[in-house]
Design a protein around this ligand. Structure first.
Ligand SMILES: *Cc1c(COP(=O)(O)O)cnc(C)c1O
Length: 310
């Protein structure tokens, strides 16, 4: 199954050493430039492609965020209908954004778990693929292509900084390091305070479920990381750090001014590490930051977060 991937190869930038408080030049992998606006198309695209190759006639996904948009973009490329199931709490704005991609929106249940269960049962009833936002080996396999690209570009890096929600991106990065013979390269896993389900799990050495998400970085808002992701902590060098929402917003603004690209606070969290945890990053010569992107951002949203946090 060597059909062409649905994601694109994204640019890799090198900053000057004085770009951040860390004092070391940073590699920035610009996955914000994927056609879906985030890295998610890597894994979601691969999963949808494989399912359609196996005969799936439509795609179901439960997500009001970047996974849903990635499924919509994938479905359009593959020529199959996509239905995104969202809970009643999903805003009209988000529903309209999904509709604008050409996907159908189905409103079901009062919380994500109910919408998700409905998407799973609909997909099982019909000849359809079900796309989970972060917990599937094919997603990790697809996300791993970002490391393949960096290695293929000949870039030498000695740590990877990534945001963590449910942990699919982290799992993909670890898989990418493994399959490129780079298992000794540590990963710095970043969450915002109020969405730090991995950090809390590492602290008590047990996978915990947060009672609620209180961060504005909603794309990091999985109340619990995938079991596989929790297990990875004992298999790979993973350092868990947190930043505040204010740190994440400041990093989004700095990145927008420097590179003229808007990213969500979920992505700002990873970018913030080079300033907020400068001491940690300065231990490395060439950190690689995954600029994961996200479409849940606009000039107006950045303005309102700036007014609220800075
Ligand atoms: C999904 C997402 C994340 C988190 O990815 P996980 O695989 O859930 O850990 C981070 N940033 C953005 C922009 C996302 O869309």
């Amino acid at each position: 199954m060597a059909s062409r991937p649905l994601h694109i190869e994204t640019p890799l930038l090198r900053t000057a050493a004085d770009y951040s408080e860390s004092g070391v030049p940073l590699w920035l992998k610009l996955d914000a430039l994927q056609p879906s606006g985030s890295f998610k198309l890597r894994g979601v695209g691969l999963l949808c492609q494989q399912e359609v190759a196996k005969g799936a006639l439509e795609i179901f996904c439960a997500s009001g965020g970047n996974a849903g948009i990635a499924a919509a973009v994938a479905g359009r490329s593959l020529g199959v209908p996509v239905t995104i199931v969202v809970p009643e709490t999903t805003s009209v704005e988000v529903r309209e954004r999904i509709l604008a991609t050409g996907a159908h929106v189905l409103v079901h249940g009062s919380v994500f778990d109910e919408a998700n269960a409905h998407a799973i049962s609909l997909a099982a009833e019909r000849k359809a693929a079900y796309v989970h936002p972060y917990d599937h080996p094919v997603l990790w396999d697809g996300h791993a292509t970002l490391i393949d690209e960096v290695v293929r570009a000949g870039a030498v890096f000695d740590c990877v900084v990534t945001s963590v929600g449910g942990g699919g991106l982290l799992a993909g990065i670890v898989e990418g390091l493994r399959r490129n013979g780079l298992s000794d390269i540590p990963v710095i896993a970043v969450e915002t305070e109020g969405a730090a389900s991995l950090n809390a799990s590492i602290t008590v050495q047990q996978r915990v479920m947060l009672p609620a998400i209180t961060s504005i970085a909603t794309s990091l808002g999985a109340r619990q990381v995938a079991q596989h992701v929790f297990d990875l902590v004992s298999q790979h060098s993973i350092e868990s750090v947190t930043v505040s929402d204010a740190d994440a917003v400041a990093a989004c603004l700095k990145f927008a001014d420097a590179h003229r690209i808007l990213v969500e606070p979920a992505c700002g969290a990873a970018l913030a590490v080079a300033d907020v945890h400068a001491g940690l990053l300065s231990r490395f010569k060439a950190p690689l930051i995954e600029v994961c992107g996200g479409i849940g951002v606009s000039l107006a949203m950045l303005d309102s977060w700036r007014a609220r946090f800075l």
